[in-house]
Design a protein around this ligand. Sequence first.
Ligand code: SF4
Length: 246
Amino acid sequence: MTKPKSKKTAPARGAKPAPSLYSAQDVREIFRRFSVQRPEPRGELAHVNPYTLVVAVALSAQATDVGVNKATRELFKIADTPEKMLALGEEKLCDHIRTIGLWRNKARNVIALSRKLVEDFGGEVPRSREELMTLPGVGRKTANVVLQMAFGIPAIAVDTHIFRIANRIGLAPGRTPDEVEEHLMKVIPQEYLIHAHHWLILHGRYCCKARKPECERCVIADLCKAPDKTCDVPAALVELPPQVIG
Ligand code: SF4
């Protein structure tokens, strides 16, 4: 998962984050439309259980989901538990993930977090953010992805797409990912919280793109308050074809 890189769309340092530009009714309508487009949104990181999700997310820092999936396809066939990962060992793990940036550090972290899972958690992935964050290489963002995707606990991991959209359209302005996360958790209606994370990421990845948002293809173009939007007419609200995981 890509980290937020630029803060140029965020409020200036020192300033209090601005309030959301949207009424509660507008926010509900935005997420209603996202839910029609993608009734069952899925993350794009391949995994077979909570443990392999933790590993995949740990490997995905500053890498694409497609690149991580290529590397883990064979790895997870032989190491889908912390015990099997420890048996595989750091050297052989490195052979599998060499195509991913920062692979040496990531391999070290995966072995260390596997060891901690075995020693302190009976080989099971814990279900609380605090416990997840005790694992080597697991920060708040990774913990939120795991809570949401593995255990269905509403959480928003603010990546580069979510950070950009929240600030660009004024949905939940914030200077840091933590501020944006806190703001989004407040403004998104409860019934949409469980999928909000994926809807925003997919909207950012495929429509509200960083350099050139594709406003003509956007289902919220009429509601959007981004100063640089290029279209006021919303795209047809239809269910999109399922994602193909690379
Ligand atoms: S209208 Fe354009 S700027 Fe607004 S959310 Fe849609 S793609 Fe992004």
